[in-house]
Ligand binder design. Sequence first.
Ligand SMILES: [Mg+2]
Length: 264
Amino acid sequence: MCASRLCQGTLISHSRTLVGGRDLLYCGRLIRIWLGRLDDDELHLEHSLGYYFTPLSLLAAPGSSMIRIILLDLDDVLNTLAPCVLNAVGCPVAPDHYGGYPGEFGYAVQDVANHMLGSKYTRDSFWLKISQHTWATVPKSDFCDWLIEASRLKVGEENVYIATKPTNEPLCAAGKMEWIRECCPPWLHRQFFITPCKHLLARTDALLIDDHPENIRQFRSRGGHAILVPRPWNALNECDPKTHINVSLTEHFDDDPYDRGTKV
Ligand SMILES: [Mg+2]
């Protein structure tokens, strides 16, 4: 592996401290210790001594673009909200499957329900129909557990958060808290933001994973990183969600040793 490839986006600093006559180099979210040499500012990595955990706070300087925090959207990312609420009001769709969702309605779920049922829901009247129990029991997406674990491996469990937007109905927020408690690992139970203002969480070292294009746009416009999750209402609707997220994570965490199954 050439030095420039290894160092792209992950080399934090190097020291000219000599170890056995060679330079000691520090790379990565883990500390990776290399033996190498520095000739006229050109880096030559020769031998890896292995990976070591280190607090991310030691690695990411203020203003760094290195991703330290991952924010996971809940609705239609960790769970299957849209088909679930359509099912809850009587639409003939399975609560955990997007196959019957007509993408031409965008994310206007009340319009999908009106199309299927001949009803006259407004946005507010539709979401008022959704009970706390429904919010609390939305099925997990088929990649929920994988995504939480993949995020933990990328940035450490203390840096993974859920970011989810509530409706105007207070029972919605209560149901989301129940969902997090029932469906997420214990370490994630107190790491969430229930807010209609996700964009205020944007920072240069944060990555948002979300299905809503406007959330992605606002987050990026404020300097954050973002991955759009394919769903019927967005431009990636032809893509497999898990495959797309996996590829995108690899791109955002270039040369992450976890992806290669390297021992730590
Ligand atoms: Mg969502």
